[in-house]
Design a protein around this ligand. Structure first.
Ligand SMILES: [Zn+2]
Length: 192
């Protein structure tokens, strides 16, 4: 008996009749048969309860939907609300939030797309990385040259007539050429 009940709960053909039963589409004989079965079958009883709940929720939703009445100035209120929200964007903090949301959306879109975008993103990151590396190298070079020049100038200023504008122009020119040459070398070494 026990095994038989378990088998009935497992595969119960009566569950397909439950919707028709709730809608009152069954004949009196079928109804009686199903009600007798419901007294014994827990699986069908649970299923019936679930379907009843769903119907009630649906009824409630439709009922409350009917109660919603649009106010006469509905459109005007919506437009005014939207305008005040847009004017709020003029505040810097709001603008930052909007930017943040845009960036987040952009990233989400990127994640949503396939490997193609990933490749583009990877290339971009790689490029940015290389750019940063070049900038860092150039900055280090510039710093070294500046320190070196300062040291040379200090030692020279004791002896040479540093006030001479020609000497200063020549030194500036030499400095610029040196910087250009070194930056080219840096770019070439980074490219390889
Ligand atoms: Zn059943």
């Amino acid at each position: 008996m026990n095994t038989q009940t378990a088998r009935i709960e497992e595969v119960c053909s009566h569950q397909s009749d439950l919707a028709a039963y709730l809608d009152g589409e069954l004949s009196p004989g079928e109804e009686l048969e199903l009600e007798m079965h419901l007294a014994a079958c827990r699986s069908c009883g649970d299923e019936l309860n679930e379907q009843k709940k769903l119907l009630q929720a649906l009824d409630y939703a439709l009922e409350s939907d009917r109660k919603i009445e649009l106010p006469a100035n509905f459109t005007r209120v919506i437009v005014a609300n939207a305008e005040s929200r847009v004017s709020g964007l003029r505040r810097p903090q709001e603008r930052f939030k909007a930017l943040f949301v845009c960036v987040a959306l952009f990233l989400l879109i990127l994640l949503g797309f396939g490997s193609e975008v990933k490749t583009v993103l990877y290339t971009f990151v790689k490029f940015a990385d290389q750019l940063l590396a070049v900038c860092g190298f150039a900055w280090n070079l510039f710093y070294d040259i500046a320190v070196g020049t300062t040291v040379i100038l200090r030692s020279l200023s004791h002896r040479v007539v540093f006030h001479s504008s020609i000497f200063f122009a020549a030194l500036t020119g030499f400095f610029v050429v040196l910087l250009l040459v070194f930056s080219r070398v840096a770019l070439r070494s980074n490219r390889s």
